[in-house]
Design a binder for this molecule. Sequence first.
Ligand code: OAD
Length: 232
Amino acid sequence: MGDSMRFADFERIVFFTGAGLSVESGIPTYRGKGGLWHEYNYEDFACQRAFDRAPDRVWDFHDKRRAAIGACAPNEGHKIIADVQRENSRTKIITQNIDGLHQRAGATDVVELHGSIWRIRCDACFRTELSNETPLGERRCSCGRYWRPDIVWFEDALHDKTVRAAEQALVECDLFVSIGTSAVVYPAAAMPQIAQRAGATLIEINPEETQASHLYEHPLRGPASAMLRTLI
Ligand code: OAD
């Protein structure tokens, strides 16, 4: 880019990440070419109604995703973000991804807006557990109810605590870097505006323009890792 911005020029960086960041790890996006929601109808696999109707079918789908994601490794983009955070511990990561790759790259303090495929919860006894067993051995909690993936499915509300943690980071940030998100799913889609109102510098990393591109003064059009590298 023309002006030579660097991560080191900023004190409170927020990385706001979506499926595009994990493309280089081999995980498909949701909406673009080859996107998951072209192959699978979310109404059959990613909403509470589908789960109530056919929990085993929904679990088969999530077991398949756990296996696919578990076979992938964090890519250079995830590693650059983790390095920036290691250099500056005030760096926050707000992700819409459920794949856990930020943490596997060494990042901490990751706000997972849409939950995690590696967490399961029981809505009868309100237990939440981490589990990377693939496929999940026991689909039912000891109380008899099915575990469900602790993912924010379509029509689910986000967890209040998660949204508050994200908003706190956003109102304090001086650099907001969006990476690989189509920016269509609310409330995540409103987050760039919060950073903008806070006076942050806004960078969008995405090979394509998005519905939110007009908000960003610094578009970086290219794949995540190569574009992140220009900011080191
Ligand atoms: P989308 O699939 O909607 O968008 C992915 C974005 O990544 C697109 O804008 C692509 O142009 C961009 N992209 C593709 N390859 C890239 C690369 N190599 N580097 C950088 N960007 C690239 O994914 P999200 O915006 O993350 O919800 O979707 C938001 C939510 O909708 C997801 O969290 C998911 C889905 O339903 C849940 O799983 C709960």
